[in-house]
Write a protein that binds this ligand. Structure first.
Ligand code: SF4
Ligand code: SF4
Length: 148
């Protein structure tokens, strides 16, 4: 079993440190629009940290199947974008139900920080953990998010 980022929305306070540290780590500057995860706020009371490392999250292979260049695949259990093949067409960004892909010169998504996720380290509330995937938890999360 491959470890994945698991979201615990009940712990999230909406501080968005995770987005800040992700963009700082990958882009060298705090820019939450370039973070590889998103804290969604479906209503005033709830914040949901969303990130995709495996298609277990949406279950539909949306981004993989949307790519005309076959630039997205599962490598060692993790959904990965090959920047050498990506033409930045934006199809994957449109297809991703979580909105966790963004486009620059190529598409970008979570790469687990090479196996040491910064967002997990810096979340002050324990709302993100790096652990084995629990399909039932992900299914509940997806249902809750889509229903809001
Ligand atoms: S750092 Fe943690 S508590 Fe803050 S917004 Fe991100 S997931 Fe939520
Ligand atoms: S694991 Fe790294 S790349 Fe993925 S969302 Fe967290 S900080 Fe961003």
């Amino acid at each position: 079993m491959v470890a994945v980022l698991v979201s615990y929305p009940e712990n999230c306070t909406g501080c968005r440190f995770c987005e800040m540290i992700c963009s700082l780590y990958h882009e060298g500057a705090v820019n939450t629009k370039k973070a590889r995860l998103r804290v969604q706020k479906p209503d005033i009371m709830n914040d949901i940290p969303l990130v995709c490392t495996q298609c277990i999250t949406c279950g539909d292979r949306c981004c993989i199947d949307s790519c005309p260049e076959d630039a997205i695949s599962v490598v060692d259990g993790v959904v990965t974008i090959d920047g050498g093949l990506c033409t930045a067409c934006g199809n994957c960004k449109k297809a991703c139900p979580y909105g966790v892909i963004w486009i620059d010169k190529t598409a970008h998504k979570c790469d687990l920080c090479g196996g040491d996720p910064m967002c997990v380290k810096f979340c002050p509330s324990g709302a993100l953990r790096f652990e084995e995937a629990d399909k039932d938890s992900y299914a509940s999360l997806l249902t809750a998010w889509r229903d809001d």
